[in-house]
Ligand binder design. Structure first.
Ligand code: BGC
Length: 556
């Protein structure tokens, strides 16, 4: 096994941590997190084993979509800090061995962006064609509105010129016209600017919408994937190890297309939405088969590319790829009240309350996250089991401040609680019960467990680099998979059921091997009987094993 080979393609085995500066740590007591606060927590993040930070948008913004409505792509919102602060942050993170990627939100701008103000001024404005204008909206729109609670069309009429503009998201977020060469050049300029300041790449927002320009035939000369290939080539010229992580919520086949050709010349990382959604169905049923099927349905991916795996992110837990009945099963299990659901397709909850705080079950889910094929992405607060605050409107319920201590403001801010950027949850998942300070002193806490698992994950490159195979098991509740890379193999076993079981697994490995336990199950090694493994698992039990051939060298 050659660990030496793993550094160039660092994204194949990273541990990514997503956070929003404004909800992480407030250094100046105004109730809003800031870049200086985050810099104070860089050592915390390095300490839990994060290797790449993903920063949600910190650009100037009227904040009508939590910063995803941008008025200047080359600056920092003064509420959060300065450009100098961001460079210091990147520098400090780099020094502690962490890369930084940032959100690249170029499907749209805010309607307050100077480009849009100029564009809407007249049909002859130099920025007119930077956005997508039509005399009439197409009779059959190419897409549904993303936020059906707020919009009923992806086209809005602008009274000034009597034309309609395209916006896949809110009407205050007009879509940029990526078919326009000047817009493409500007996007490259934005990417180049931040690469120059030291970021390692971008999480690219809303990619399918970005390359879709309104579907009026005949007037757009755009090879959509050509744009992504050009952007990727540009980035690689500027910085060879830079990465594009795409938000593309599509079924496996169309999703695969965003990696590009056989060599992978578009986005290197794609969030694995189909597997994530199937995982929730499997959890709801306590039956591993939907997850096994989703893993098997994943097409092979180019060698330099990778899935980004996740349990939760900053948006609603979208279940739009499940059938109506399947989605209802997940709703019934994890978010039965209408106030927990959103847009008819998702849940505005974090994992721990969905699982009623069951520590064993939560750990099994995070063990899955760290062992399924891909690069794991954590959302801030997952390491301590934070819950959502359903009193906060819409998708923002999962974006409450980070819980550092058991104080009324959770150690997030010195401001009075009423002045916080968003209110903290109360009760079982509030800061009194769930916070970093208490968990770091407790070796049995979720956070201590998470640190150990992340460490093990980083020492187990087979999981990120290997080819994964789903193994057949005697128990429908149990998922077993094996990752093979070079001459090493790792086997992971997860019991999604709430009953203990004895499971028989077809390992298909050298019958004289030994299985070395990589987590802390208490049993260091297991013999393999023939090429099968009989294993006793607790309810929601999980194991990771390295397959050690008879003559193999053992690792700690
Ligand atoms: C982001 C959302 C955002 C939307 C519009 C998304 O897909 O994840 O949080 O509201 O893009 O930018």
């Amino acid at each position: 096994m050659s660990t030496a080979r793993t550094s160039d393609l660092w994204w194949k085995n990273a541990v990514v941590y997503c956070l929003d500066v404004e909800t992480y740590l407030d250094s100046d007591g105004d109730g809003c997190g800031d870049v200086e606060g985050l810099i104070e927590r860089i050592d915390y993040l390095a300490g839990i084993g994060v290797s790449c930070l993903w920063l949600m948008p910190f650009y100037p913004s009227p904040n009508r979509d939590d910063g995803y409505d941008i008025t200047d792509f080359y600056a920092v919102d003064p509420r959060l800090g300065s450009l100098g602060d961001v460079v210091t942050l990147i520098r400090t993170a780099t020094d502690r061995g962490m890369r930084v990627i940032i959100d690249l939100v170029v499907n749209h701008t805010s309607d307050q962006h100077p480009w849009f103000k100029s564009s809407r001024r007249s049909k002859t404005s130099p920025h007119r064609n930077w956005y997508v204008w039509r005399d009439e909206p197409p009779a059959e729109p190419t897409a549904d509105v993303v936020f059906p609670d707020a919009e009923d069309s992806i086209w809005t009429k602008d009274d000034k010129t009597g034309q309609w503009y395209l916006h896949h998201f809110y009407s205050h977020q007009p879509d940029l016209n990526i078919a326009h060469p000047a817009v493409r050049e500007e996007v490259a300029k934005i990417a180049g600017f931040w690469l120059e300041l030291g970021v390692s790449g971008f999480r690219v927002d809303a990619v399918p919408y970005l390359i879709e320009t309104g579907g009026v035939p005949g007037d757009v000369d755009l090879d959509p994937h050509g744009f992504l290939k050009d952007l990727r080539a540009f980035m690689s010229r500027r910085r060879g190890d830079s990465v594009l992580l795409g938000e593309v919520n599509l079924p496996p086949r169309p999703l695969r297309a965003f990696f590009g050709d056989d060599q992978g010349d578009e986005l290197q990382l794609l969030f694995g939405f189909p597997v994530m959604q199937a995982m929730y169905l499997a959890l709801a049923r306590r039956d591993a088969r939907p997850l096994a099927e989703a893993l098997e349905a994943n097409p092979p991916i180019p060698p330099d590319c990778q899935w980004a795996t996740f349990v939760r992110n900053h948006d609603e837990l979208t279940l739009d790829q499940l059938s109506d009945d399947e989605r209802q099963e997940v709703f019934d299990a994890f978010g039965p009240e209408p106030g927990m659901q959103l847009y008819g397709r998702g849940l505005r909850r974090r994992l721990p309350p969905m699982l009623d705080g069951d520590q064993q079950r939560m750990r099994m889910v995070y063990s899955l996250l760290f062992s399924l094929p891909g690069t794991p992405v954590l959302f801030y607060g997952e390491e301590i089991g934070m819950g959502e605050n359903l009193d906060i409107e819409g998708r923002m319920s999962v974006r409450s401040p980070m819980q550092w201590t058991d104080e009324p403001t959770a150690g997030f801010s010195q401001a009075p609680p009423s002045k916080l950027r968003r209110p903290l949850p109360e009760g079982r998942f509030g800061p009194l019960a769930v916070n970093v300070t208490q968990q770091r002193r407790d070796t049995d806490s979720l956070m201590s467990w998470m640190e150990r698992v992340i460490r093990r994950r980083r020492e187990t490159p087979e999981l990120g680099w290997g080819e994964a195979t789903v193994l057949s098991t005697s128990e429908p509740a149990v998922l077993a998979h094996r990752s093979d890379w070079e001459d090493g193999s790792v086997v992971a076993v997860h019991n999604l059921g709430d009953e203990p079981c004895i499971v028989d697994i077809e390992l298909a490995c050298d019958p004289h091997s030994t299985l070395v336990d990589l987590l802390d199950s208490g049993v260091a090694t297991h013999p393999v009987a023939g090429d099968r493994l009989e294993l006793q698992l607790e309810r929601y039990g999980y194991r990771w094993f390295r397959v050690q051939p008879p003559s193999g060298r053992s690792a700690p």
